[in-house]
Ligand binder design. Structure first.
Ligand code: ADP
Ligand code: MG
Length: 258
């Protein structure tokens, strides 16, 4: 084992455990129909600094699991801990980018981005400063006063990313953030974000990302979990034995895998 690998293994085992999901089961009650078991016996954990990919068929329960981790949905049974404490509602230090953007249509871009900081009790002037920085970073400079309906899909999702980044989350959950966008827009946004990330300009170290894009998962993740369907559970767990994801983004390395 090389020194680099030893260091990696060492640092992950020493890193704080952010998410701990144990034996989670989720059943949706479907009126007169049989209940739908969406997640069965799902267990996983995420340490600080890890980038974990979650793949699986449509309907296998990926979004449900993300909502449970984010505290937006209480699992039917099982335990979900965030930083060692049971999740009972939205957690500090955790933010999410949704597949369908989930912006507030009655708020401007600036207000949509600032809203996550209000809950943290950050003073107004500081909220404004940080929100403007995030908007600038994500390429929406000049659109602060626009409403979501005035923006294209790609720009709306940029607002979604700005809102998630502005809190400097310890963990960012991404639920197929590019899948509602047309191919070209998705590619532009993905490339812009990856470039910012390589440059170290995104204030995130740990990510749990749902994606259908295997190439994206291999390029970005330390670990890839693959869900089975009916019900969803972690069927395969792959450790990606490559240099740190950021070094993998190096153009020379990218040429090798392309
Ligand atoms: P994925 O994100 O992997 O596509 P979801 O977690 O969105 O899967 O959904 C898993 C299954 O649960 C699907 O069959 C979906 O129709 C169903 N489902 C999702 N949310 C609800 C809900 N609130 N009530 C009832 N069924 C739901
Ligand atoms: Mg989904």
């Amino acid at each position: 084992m090389s020194v680099v690998e030893m260091n990696t293994v060492h640092s992950v085992s020493e890193a704080a455990r952010l998410v701990d999901v144990a034996n989670v089961r989720q059943v949706y009650h479907k009126g007169d129909n049989a209940d739908l078991v969406v997640l069965d016996n799902v267990s996983l954990n995420i340490h600080e600094g890890e980038i974990v990919g979650l793949l699986g068929r449509s309907g296998s329960g990926k979004s449900t699991l993300l909502r449970i981790i984010a505290g937006l949905l209480h699992a039917t049974s099982g335990t979900v801990n965030w930083c060692g404490k049971p999740v009972t509602g939205p957690c500090d230090g955790l933010s999410m980018v949704f597949q369908s953007f989930a912006l507030f249509p009655w708020l401007t871009v600036l207000q949509n981005v600032e809203i996550g900081l209000e809950a943290l009790g950050i003073p107004a002037a500081e909220r404004r400063r940080r929100a403007l920085n995030a908007i600038d970073l994500i390429g929406l400079d000049g659109f602060e006063s626009a409403y979501p309906k005035e923006l294209s899909g790609g720009m709306r999702q940029r607002v979604g990313f700005a809102r998630a980044l502005v809190v400097h989350p310890r963990l960012m959950l991404m639920d197929e953030p590019f899948s509602a966008l047309d191919v070209l827009t998705a590619e532009t946004l993905r490339t812009d974000l990856i470039d910012l990330w390589i440059e170290g300009r995104l204030p995130i170290k740990s990510i749990l990302m749902v994606t259908h894009n295997i190439e994206e998962a291999v390029l970005m993740c330390d670990r890839i979990l693959i869900f089975s369907s009916n019900p969803g559970r972690v069927a395969v767990e792959l450790k990606v034995d490559l240099p740190h994801p950021r070094d993998r983004m190096d153009p020379v390395f990218r040429e090798l895998v392309d």
